[in-house]
Design a protein around this ligand. Structure first.
Ligand code: C2O
Ligand code: CU
Ligand code: CU
Length: 426
């Protein structure tokens, strides 16, 4: 709804029970319902105003992951929403078309709230013609992947396995649905995939072994579709992919074994050896005209700077040897500057690294040109033990020396343990 030139949304954080697996009910949390949240959609240039009411019995927040906006509107623990109160965020959308998302960010409670289901997509549209399938729910499909734990005998579990990277569930749900099935009516389907899990990484492939095309990463579209047969997505990362669905298709998007760079035992307990079906796709109907576009509308990358401005070393649950302190500013950055950050994972654990308030470019992973999936705009990057990632990070214009943004590992148990730090723009 548009009021006084602003696009206005209402969210309310709620707790409830959801039958996430047939016959098995889970204690869940969501926005505007007991699990997950509505897709929010706004266009570049629009002013948005979002009212977030907390109907939980604990504090929460609403963070707009991937968004370029003032820190005071970012929805971190500094904008905590007490039970029975409402917080309002307002800003102007100033970035290109992308698949972003929103989730709570309360200090020390993020894993609990997100893994119970508090997450939704935040889609940004712009005028640049992409030629991509864009009928939401028809050929442009949101896909939020999460894992939950179901014990044998069909009981839910409150205590999933705690791996070195956090809690790993044994069962996958897609948009809150176990063994989800999508019946496509077109031959080309765009999936906007979010890894909404607390810790589990997914190595996505099609059960047919067919090629699919990556068209977008965290912060927007790529210059052109990139053919892939597998794609590793760590928590909070997004990928927009095109899947070709022939008339007699019956295929499964699934996660297959991968290497997180840890010891074999740690990889195994972290779920890296699992094969998990996520979404079955079949075809009915013939409403098809879409073709794979030859080029997309991506935003130009900043150039690579010569020198590294800052180094960050990831420990087991620390950044530069420190744990999160909400009253400590770790990094002071000039508004409108572009910096080069070197992130080194010096621990034995797999991590990823997310920066609030911006989208960055990955220059290099271990000194080499990054994998295709990391060549677009990113806000979260997987970093294996012993690996480095060099990032070019353009910072926004929202100077506010008293309100910090965060950077952190997005494996939520690590984040809750304090693997997070704060920067301000001045
Ligand atoms: Cu997805 Cu600090 O957040
Ligand atoms: Cu974020
Ligand atoms: Cu981590």
């Amino acid at each position: 709804e548009i009021i006084d030139g602003e696009r206005v949304f209402h969210l309310s954080a709620q707790a409830g029970e959801s039958e996430l697996v047939p016959g098995v009910w889970f204690a869940t949390m969501g926005f505007n319902g007991p699990h997950l949240g509505p897709t929010i959609r706004a266009a570049r240039g629009e002013h948005v105003r979002i009212h977030v009411k907390n109907e939980l019995t604990m504090a929460t927040t609403a963070h707009w992951h991937g968004m370029s906006l003032p820190a005071s509107q970012d929805g971190t623990a500094h904008q905590s929403i007490s039970p029975e109160t409402t917080w309002t965020a307002a800003w102007q959308i100033g970035q290109p078309a992308a698949t972003l998302w929103y989730h709570p960010h309360p200090h020390g409670q993020t894993e609990l709230q997100v893994s119970r289901g508090m997450a939704g997509l935040f889609l940004i549209d712009d005028d640049a013609p992409s030629g991509l399938p864009s009928q939401y729910g028809v050929d442009d499909i949101p896909l939020i992947i999460q894992d939950i734990t179901v014990q044998s005998g069909g009981q839910r579990s409150g205590t999933p396995t705690t791996a070195p990277i956090g809690r790993i569930g044994n069962t996958v749900i897609a948009n809150g649905t176990h063994e989800a099935h999508f019946v496509a009516s077109t031959s080309l389907v765009r999936l906007r995939i979010l890894n909404g899990s607390a810790a589990r990484c997914y190595n996505l492939e099609l059960s047919t072994g067919d090629t699919f095309h990556l068209v977008g990463t965290d912060g927007g579209l790529l210059p052109a579709p990139v053919p892939l047969t597998s794609l590793l997505l760590s928590p909070a990362e997004r990928a927009e992919v095109l899947v070709t669905v022939s008339r007699d298709a019956d295929l499964v998007l699934r996660s297959v074994p991968h290497d997180l760079g840890m010891s074999q035992a740690d990889n195994a307990i972290s779920g890296a050896g699992d094969t998990l079906g996520i979404l079955r796709i079949t075809r009915a109907g013939d409403a098809s005209t879409a073709k794979l576009p030859a080029s997309l509308a991506s935003a130009a990358h900043p150039g690579r700077a010569a020198a590294v401005d800052r180094h960050f070393t990831l420990g087991d649950t620390t950044i530069n040897g420190k744990a999160m302190d909400m009253s400590r500013i770790d990094t002071v950055i000039a508004a409108n500057s572009t910096e080069t950050w070197m992130i080194e994972n010096a621990s034995q654990r797999a991590h990823n690294f997310h920066i609030h308030g911006t989208q960055f470019v990955v220059n290099a992973v271990n000194g080499q040109s990054p994998a295709p999936q990391n060549r677009g705009w990113k806000d979260t990057i997987f970093i294996a033990p012993g690996s480095t990632a060099e990032l070019t990070v353009p910072f926004g214009s929202f100077a506010d020396p008293s309100t910090p943004y965060m950077y952190h590992c997005h494996m939520l148990w690590h984040e809750d343990q304090g693997m997070m730090a704060q920067y301000v723009l001045t």
